[in-house]
Design a protein around this ligand. Structure first.
Ligand code: PLP
Length: 355
C-alpha cells in the first residue's frame, strides 16, 4: 500500500471511522477545538470529531459536490484546528484551495478518502496530500475487506500517535512493537485489523487499478455519448483523478432534477435522498447527543462552551439546494456494452422529453 500510494506510513485498522479518530487523536484534537467538515459526507466524519471531544462545524459544498474552500473559510474561528475535506464517491476535493486555506489559518488537513481509494488529485493519490488521510474498506467501497480502514501519513509523529491509539495493547502483545517509536504511549483503543482481513485486502489491492480503469472507461463512454444533449455534468476538481464511481448530473432546479430522475428507465436518484450523508440527518450533531455519557458529551463540556455548537437545519442551505438538483447513478465497472447502451439511450430519450 505504501508503494502504491507513494506514502511514508500506512497501517490498516478496523474501519474508516477508527482511522479518522486515530488521526484526530494523533493530532492532539480534543475539547476546546473545532473541526470543519462538509455538509455532505457520511455521518461518521462528524462522529469521529465528537468522539475526540471536539466540535464538528459544518461547511457548504459547491457544484463539485465536495467542500467549498470559501465557505469553509467563513466557518473558521480562533478555535478551529483542522479541516476534513471528503473525497465523496471518489471525486477529488479542490486540494490546492484547501491546502492554501490550511496554510493561511494554520490548520491540519485530514483527508477523508474513505470513498476515494484509487483516486488522485493533480497526480497525487487521495489521502497523501494533507497531513494524514483515512480509507474505509467497508463493503461498498472501491476495494473491500468486508470491513476495514487505514491511516496514511508522511508525518512520523502522526503515524506513531495514531498507531499507539489504534492498538494501545500492542505494547503488551508484542513487546518490541513500539521500540522504534519516539512518541510516548497513552491509553488508546483496540482497532487492529485482523490478519484475515489483511490477506483479503492484499489481494484486493492487486485489482484496484483495474477496477478504477473500468469505472472510468464506463463513465467516459456514457459521458461522451451524451455530450451533445442538454445534460450538464457536475464539474470535477480533477477529472483525471476521479474514481469514476458516480455519474452526477446538475439541473436548474430540484423540480427538474426529480422529474428527470423519475423518468429514467434505470435506477437513479437525486442526492437529497442520501439520508445520513446529509448534515440535516446527523441527529447527534443537530440535537447535541455527542456521547453515550453526559460528562463525555462534547456539547456539555466546559471547554466547548464558547464554540460553534448550535448547528441549525438551514446551516448549509446551498448544499441542500445542490443535492436536490443533482441526479446520480452509480457506475458498475462490469457493465456489458448492452448495459452501457441502455443508460445512454435512456439519458438521451429523457433529455429530449424533459429538458
Ligand atoms: C465519507 C466517509 N467517511 C467515513 C466513513 C466511515 O467508514 P467505516 O464505515 O469504514 O467506518 C465512510 C464509510 O461509510 C464514509 O463514506
Amino acid at each position: 500500500m505504501k508503494k502504491y500510494l507513494g506514502a511514508k506510513h500506512f497501517f490498516a485498522l478496523t474501519s474508516g471511522h477508527a482511522a479518522l479518530v486515530s488521526i484526530l487523536t494523533a493530532l492532539g484534537i480534543g475539547p476546546g477545538d473545532e473541526v470543519i467538515v462538509p455538509a455532505y459526507t457520511y455521518v461518521a466524519t462528524a462522529h469521529a470529531v465528537l468522539q475526540c471531544g471536539a466540535i464538528p462545524v459544518i461547511a457548504d459544498i459547491n457544484d463539485t459536490l465536495t467542500i467549498d474552500a470559501d465557505a469553509a473559510e467563513k466557518k473558521i474561528s480562533k478555535y478551529t484546528k483542522a479541516i476534513i475535506p471528503v473525497h465523496m464517491q471518489g471525486m477529488p476535493c479542490d486540494m490546492d484551495a484547501i491546502m492554501g486555506l490550511a496554510k493561511k489559518h494554520n490548520l491540519f488537513v485530514v483527508e477523508d478518502a474513505c470513498q476515494g481509494i484509487g483516486g488522485s488529485y493533480k497526480g497525487k493519490k487521495l489521502s497523501t496530500i494533507g497531513d494524514a488521510g483515512a480509507f474505509s474498506f467497508q463493503q461498498a467501497k472501491n476495494i473491500t475487506a468486508g470491513e476495514g480502514g487505514a491511516v496514511i501519513t508522511n508525518n512520523s509523529k502522526i503515524f506513531e500517535r495514531a498507531y499507539i491509539y489504534h492498538d494501545s495493547n500492542g505494547i503488551v502483545f508484542f513487546d518490541d512493537a513500539l521500540d522504534s517509536f519516539s512518541e510516548d504511549t497513552f491509553a488508546g483503543s483496540e482497532y487492529r485489523m485482523s490478519e484475515l482481513s489483511g490477506a483479503v485486502l492484499g489481494e484486493q489491492l492487486k485489482r484496484l487499478d483495474g477496477i478504477i480503469k473500468d469505472l472510468k472507461s464506463v463513465k467516459g463512454k456514457i459521458a461522451d455519448a451524451i455530450s451533445d444533449t442538454k445534460i450538464t455534468m457536475a464539474p470535477s476538481n480533477d477529472a483525471d483523478g476521479d474514481c469514476g464511481t458516480l455519474f452526477p448530473m446538475r439541473f436548474e432546479s430540484a423540480e427538474l432534477a426529480h422529474k428527470f430522475s423519475d423518468s429514467l428507465p434505470f435506477p437513479s436518484t437525486t442526492l437529497d435522498t442520501m439520508g445520513r450523508h446529509i448534515y440535516t440527518e446527523w441527529d447527534a450533531v443537530i440535537n447535541k447527543k455527542g456521547a453515550f455519557h453526559p460528562l463525555m458529551n462534547p456539547y456539555n463540556m466546559e471547554a466547548n462552551k464558547s464554540l460553534h455548537t448550535d448547528m441549525t437545519l438551514d446551516e448549509c442551505q446551498k448544499t441542500l439546494d445542490i443535492l436536490a438538483s443533482t441526479v446520480i447513478f452509480s457506475i458498475n465497472p462490469d457493465w456489458s456494452e448492452e448495459e452501457i447502451q441502455l443508460r445512454i439511450d435512456g439519458l438521451k430519450k429523457v433529455s429530449e422529453e424533459v429538458l
